[in-house]
Design a protein around this ligand. Structure first.
Ligand SMILES: Cc1ncc(COP(=O)(O)O)c(C=O)c1O
Length: 439
């Protein structure tokens, strides 16, 4: 576990991180100038946005498609968000805390990234960056691509996604079936021009496709704002009068942790917000250093990429090891993760693949929840944070996606055997005791 106290991130802010991609975020909704660079000054905790960002994220242009009856879905887009927040009773018993999980796998595209996809596309429409007949280009670990592919399809846009070849085949197939063009790249470091991010940025820059829009989920502030404006207020309201004492989740782009931390710290400054990091990621060590161990770029491949944020990249050294989880961990600090640091993220926890696999099988066998590896790792983080905070607290995490899209990996016995990750048998005694002693 990483345990050093945090200082605020240094050197991270709109000027260095956002560039053109986040410039619009600086506006306060009350004109007071007291909001930060990404989020509005005021938060509304009583009047929640309805399910679609058509009303929640990009309001003000008179084009809202808010359903007439609150909560009713009028189309795919209005079905995004408003997911259930469920208690995990076996883990509440094991920790003495109330452990709650936001069921983001129940979004139409099957993951939390539907929210980011919707907010990013609607912001681009509002900014004029995406026009009718346009094409959405994105570098994605899979789920953002699926979310963008579905939102793009529903709105009549085309889409092209670059991603590492290691992504689960189920995700690739889903994007292709939705009509997207998929470009697979080798699993190389960010500093390598063949990295899927650079391939997408280059593709967009060279305008090989007329009317492209580079979604850029890593640096685009609409990503974190989706969670600030929808996921977090939902959590706050659904948790009820006892509130939220702790929140924890992993970070890929950092949009989820950035937006939710910013909101929860606003409505309850005492809320402990932690990131849980897999092995082989640099986020945990970065947070543990108080945001001081990042090395300023320029990126070795900056000549090949063309978005404002790449001119100054904050690289961080990865921790030892590697992970089977997908979509989380990073070796650079993005604008969206910078938002979590700026909001006062409290610390970082480390969770191993074995802990995540054990938890995934536990959640299926004891809670009836079939989720993916990053969701399971998040729940490991929730148990660890609960142990840190002590009994009687409410600790919340998010279930990023469902298990179905990992049938060939996490839910495949032979694959687990090859990885040396076959879970132990879960007897009730193990669940209540031994399994979580080491967490
Ligand atoms: C399966 C999965 N879990 C977690 C994350 C991380 O979420 P965020 O990008 O908001 O940090 C992602 C991001 O793509 C993901 O695909």
């Amino acid at each position: 576990m990483y345990s050093r106290p945090l200082r605020r991130a240094v050197g991270l802010g709109a000027a260095t991180l956002g560039g053109g991609a986040v410039a619009w975020c600086a506006a306060d909704d009350d004109g007071s100038g007291s909001g930060n660079w990404m989020f509005p000054a005021r938060v509304r905790v009583s009047a929640l946005p309805s399910s679609s960002s058509s009303s929640g994220s990009c309001s003000g242009d008179g084009s809202s498609t808010t359903p007439a009856v609150p909560g009713s879905a009028t189309n795919l887009l209005s079905a995004i968000g408003n997911t259930p927040l469920v208690e995990l009773p076996s883990l509440s018993r094991a920790t003495g805390c109330r452990i709650l999980a936001k069921c983001e796998h129940l979004n139409p595209g099957g993951s939390i990234k539907d929210r980011a996809a919707l907010w990013i596309i609607e912001q681009a429409e509002k900014d004029g960056a995406l026009a009718p007949g346009g094409t959405v280009v994105e570098a994605t670990g899979g789920n953002t691509g699926i979310g963008l592919a579905l939102v793009a399809a529903a709105k009549g846009y085309k889409s092209i996604f670059t991603m590492p070849a290691s992504v689960a085949q189920e995700k690739i197939d889903t994007m292709k079936n939705a009509g997207a063009r998929v470009i697979l790249t080798p699993g190389v470091p960010f500093s390598d021009a063949r990295h899927y991010f650079h391939v997408a940025a280059k593709l967009a820059h060279h305008n090989e496709i007329q009317g492209y829009f580079f979604a850029n989920q890593f640096e685009n502030g609409a990503n974190a704002r989706a969670h600030f404006e929808s996921t977090a207020p939902e959590i706050w309201q659904q948790a009820g009068p006892s509130g939220v004492d702790g929140f924890v989740c992993s970070a890929g782009t950092g949009g989820t942790i950035g937006g939710i931390t910013a909101f929860l710290k606003r409505v309850n400054p005492g809320c402990q917000c932690w990131v849980v990091d897999p092995e082989g990621s640099g986020i945990g060590p970065y947070v543990a250093s108080g945001g001081t161990n990042a090395t300023l770029g320029p990126s070795p491949s900056s000549a090949l990429t063309h978005y404002a944020g790449d001119k100054v990249v904050h690289y961080v050294a990865r921790s030892p090891g590697s992970t089977i989880t997908e979509g989380i961990g990073n070796d650079r600090i993005t604008a969206n993760f910078g938002a979590a640091m700026a909001a006062g993220l409290d610390g970082a926890l480390l969770a191993t693949d074995r802990e995540a696999v054990e938890m995934a099988y536990h959640l299926l066998q004891k809670e009836g929840l079939c989720v993916g590896p990053s969701a399971a790792l998040n729940v490991v983080g929730a148990v660890k944070l609960a142990r840190k905070l002590g009994p009687g607290k409410t600790v919340v995490t998010v279930l990023c996606d469902g298990g179905e899209r990992y049938r060939s990996k996490l839910w495949n016995a032979e694959w687990l055997r090859q990885k040396g990750l076959v879970p132990r048998e879960h007897t009730p005694e193990v669940v209540e005791g031994a399994l979580f002693v080491g967490l």
